[in-house]
Design a protein around this ligand. Sequence first.
Ligand SMILES: C[S@@+](CC[C@H](N)C(=O)[O-])C[C@H]1O[C@@H](n2cnc3c(N)ncnc32)[C@H](O)[C@@H]1O
Length: 228
Amino acid sequence: MPRFERLRQLVSGIGREHVYRTIYDEHYTPLIQGVEDLDFQGLEAFRKVDFQGKHVVDLGCNFGFFAFEAARRGAASVLAVDREANVLQGACLLRDAFGQNTVNFLACDIESPGNCLQGRTFDMAMLVEFMGKTFVRAGLVERTLAFYERLSDKELVLSVQKSYYVRKELGSDMETMRRFYPEAYLHGGAMHLLEYVRDFFKDRWNIQMLSDLAPGYEKPRKFMRLYR
Ligand SMILES: C[S@@+](CC[C@H](N)C(=O)[O-])C[C@H]1O[C@@H](n2cnc3c(N)ncnc32)[C@H](O)[C@@H]1O
């Protein structure tokens, strides 16, 4: 059987919306198209992080792209968590094909009380492209960041889109957004997520922007590292 045939069969039975990231082999050649292709600039930003010898957790790993990348860059272990068990079956097939046995996958919904990560801590916690439109629109950002922050007291690596146009991208309106976010993050018809995230952490963490920022609207996710 060709190398990735079982993976292709499995993915054909999974709803397309669950194949978030295009699936790549270890040479970054696309194997199966996902909703979003990899942004190589984002990958370059992510690679500025020192993973050597660290025990890492990756929240919302999907098919494990960034978990595998952390392992390739020297992480001692990566626990990659997602609520979609069938997606993780595919991630396990990839892990076996890559021979990356320091990555472990765990099916778990971090929204459920007493979930698999409650009370656990790691050297580093990753939250890559986890909070998208749905999270912002439903006002789930603060709660998600609070849960995420408890997973490491040393280092956090996350990526978010800088801002979202409230009508065009979120399909919402400013009045609804004001219920979830202070006025300071709502201007120019947009919700400014990156500013919100930075301010959420700034009193407790040192912040390193890993991605370059240009003025105005930018769609590619921006990576940042928080450390103590
Ligand atoms: C937008 S994808 C990001 C995937 C990955 N981090 C990447 O950048 O390639 C978000 C992932 O988070 C998972 N997810 C969403 N809500 C979750 C929850 N409450 N608990 C665990 N996983 C969740 C989804 O199943 C999905 O695979």
